[in-house]
Design a protein around this ligand. Structure first.
Ligand code: GRF
Length: 215
């Protein structure tokens, strides 16, 4: 068990249910070397905020509809994130596209989880598109965030088989269950100092990573 103050402070950005946030909360409670120091949502009243409050984690809501333009929202969000003094920012079901200035501000210390095997199916409705494409394998990816939407260097992936009778909901649930294993694992590696990204190159245990780790 890593003591509280030595654990990496992590801010988690959410927009909805927060099941990935919940997985991170449970990982921290189980003694992983990180702690969730703040949760910020761009939407009020979402379940993820309740999850944070139940766990005693400070929350903030920055409603993007209250801002005149994207740059103002991003600047306010960046200030809110910095107020928690995080070592890592995690986008966990965060449904806003972040501008270059925000991305640069947290370059190398911001991760996102995306429900596909990137670079396949960037963007939305990934499970529906995977089924339509007839792929036999699907999954989730955790990547460092860059200014390219869902395009940053991928750290790790979790794979699931696509079954012939899968619906979007069934496949999505199968992927989501793997997300809940994948994201805490990558956050733990980062908290342990095993992961870094510099000049677009990921290094894992100081060795350049040329393909995603498979979890
Ligand atoms: C997850 O599939 C995540 O990959 C995507 O948003 C979905 C909901 O995540 N970005 P959560 O339940 O809010 O963590």
């Amino acid at each position: 068990m890593t003591s509280g103050e030595a654990r990496l402070p992590v801010v988690v950005l959410i927009s909805g249910s927060g099941t990935n946030l919940q997985a991170l909360i449970e990982g921290a409670a189980a003694g992983q070397p990180y702690r969730i120091c703040g949760v910020i949502s761009n939407r009020p009243g979402v379940q993820g905020l309740d999850r944070a409050s139940t766990a005693g984690i400070p929350t903030r809501v920055l409603d993007h509809t209250a801002f005149t333009d994207r740059e103002d929202f991003d600047a306010a969000l960046g200030d809110a994130v910095e107020s928690f003094e995080p070592g890592l920012v995690v986008l966990a079901g965060f449904m806003r596209i972040l501008g270059d200035a925000f991305v640069e501000r947290f370059a190398g210390r911001m991760l996102n989880i995306h429900p596909s095997l990137l670079p396949a199916f960037q963007g939305l409705n990934t499970h529906r598109r995977a089924l339509a494409a007839g792929v036999t394998e699907h999954g989730a990816s955790v990547h460092f965030v860059t200014s390219e939407l869902d395009g940053g260097p991928v750290v790790a992936q979790a794979r699931v088989a696509v079954e012939s009778d899968d619906t979007e909901a069934i496949l999505g649930a199968r992927v989501l269950a793997r997300e809940h294993e994948l994201l805490p694992q990558v956050v733990t590696w980062f908290a342990e100092g095993r992961l870094e990204m510099r000049d677009g190159q990921i290094r894992f245990d100081t060795i350049p990573l040329h393909s995603a780790l498979q979890c």
